[in-house]
Design a protein. Structure first.
Length: 184
């Protein structure tokens, strides 16, 4: 949060609430969202797929088949960027590369929006909406957890993944943003 706030402070004029058009200036904030989606997928399963004709992949042909839903949670398989890599580290999406990581995380190692033809058509929209909201919350308010307990990130089983346990936090409007917020 401190790093995001520093980035916002450096790039947005004092007292102005950030907006969507500022996002290109806030790459660290964007990386926070990417890292969050790596660790906690809002949608765990993909809709089931069925092929309507024979399908040949590398010399193996299979007949039309209904595939069960593959889970995005499989992103935790070896070599992928899933939860097997612990720790919250937005920097992994920038220059600091670990083995197998890098620009864009290709080879299906990072697929919170699915992959292929049916991938989420609103990836850009979703990212921009959520990044703007999180950016404004960080810019305008001081946040404190209500307890020292580690946040339980487990979600409930469902198509999207509502949190099992709500996160309780206290917030205060930051002095420097009072005017801007009162003009809304
Ligand atoms: C952070 C936000 C979002 C995430 C993580 C997300 C994730 C996903 C995933 C994993 C899929 C399944 C892809 C597949 O089957 O391969 C999907 C599909 C889809 N999403 Fe999103 N999504 C997000 C936001 C949105 C928003 C804001 C919209 C609409 C305004 C949207 C519209 C759709 C639609 C229409 C599909 C079905 C695409 C198809 O079957 O061809 N999504 N999304």
């Amino acid at each position: 949060m401190k790093k995001a706030r520093t980035e916002i402070g450096r790039n947005i004029e004092p007292g102005r609430i950030l907006q969507e058009s500022d996002l290109p200036k806030l790459p660290y904030l964007h990386n926070i969202l990417k890292e969050t989606l790596r660790l906690v997928l809002p949608m765990q399963g993909l809709p089931p797929r069925a092929s309507s004709a024979d399908c040949t992949i590398k010399a193996t042909t299979s007949p039309p088949v209904q595939c069960s839903s593959s889970t995005l949670g499989d992103a935790a398989r070896p070599g992928a960027l899933g939860r097997s890599r612990p720790g919250f580290k937005p920097e992994r999406f920038t220059g600091e590369k670990e083995e197998g990581e890098g620009e864009g995380f290709t080879n299906f190692k990072y697929i919170p929006f699915g992959a292929g033809r049916r991938r989420c058509p609103a990836e850009q929209l979703g990212f921009r909406m959520v990044t703007t909201v999180v950016g404004v919350l960080v810019q305008c308010f001081d946040w404190e957890p209500m307890s020292e307990e580690e946040v339980d990130i487990k979600g409930l089983q469902s198509l999207t993944v509502p949190k099992g346990k709500h996160v309780m936090a206290k917030y205060n409007v930051r002095e420097c943003m009072v005017d801007a917020l009162s003009r809304l």
